[in-house]
Write a protein that binds this ligand. Sequence first.
Ligand code: ADP
Length: 248
Amino acid sequence: LAAEGELIRVEDVEVAFDGFKALRGLSFTLMPAELRFLIGPNGAGKTTLLDVLCGKVKPTRGTVRYQGHIDLTRQQEHQIVQLGIGRKFQAPSIFSTLTVEENLLLSMRQRRGLLSSLTARTTSAQRSKMREHLELIGLAGKALHKAGSLSHGEKQWLEIGMLLIQEPELLLLDEPAAGMTDSETEKTGELLHKINDRQTVLVVVHDMEFVRRFAKTVTVMHEGSVLCEGTMDEIQADDKVAEVYLGR
Ligand code: ADP
């Protein structure tokens, strides 16, 4: 039974690929307004969990509830987007030949189901929403630059901005700082906290230094299920975690 106010409740979920179980009876909950870091060794099933939450992968067993009453396993990927779950994939989805501003505008219009046209008049409400998101992702000074001219880190932030402008309830991110410079990585950590002022965030991270710096609560996965959960201090003091990471 779902507890009051839970945003996500995954219960006893199994995902099998040709007999190989990527998730093995995984249970996991997320409350609204959380910023949760998901860590664990390679192959633990972290990406598969994100795939289940956005509907890309269907469990072979178990339930996935959203906002208490919605069964996500019965929803198609596009319906899950409509329900307010936004996923950033590794593959880039920006339009290089359009400006930063135009990319944000396109994304904002897609949500309304309009056939997007850049020549349609932009309302002042849309303009101010766009400016607000440009500030948030730190690209206010590059609004009129072509997206293709941005650095790797800036492109990632633009993509995050394009998701956020659609006002999701839950944002799913897989290694948002991958391939970034130190200063971009730092800004990305700060961005996660700014986003979390408004949205629930579930983020897969490999870089443990990044986790130490920016994590509030951490879920450790191992072999397709949750090994332990808690603050970074609690995680580091856990014998099971030490065994998995350090072979102790
Ligand atoms: P993580 O993100 O924690 O590194 P993944 O969720 O990517 O782990 O993968 C978990 C396991 O499931 C891995 O052993 C991986 O090889 C396997 N796996 C993931 N996706 C597929 C797929 N589409 N087909 C077959 N095996 C897969």
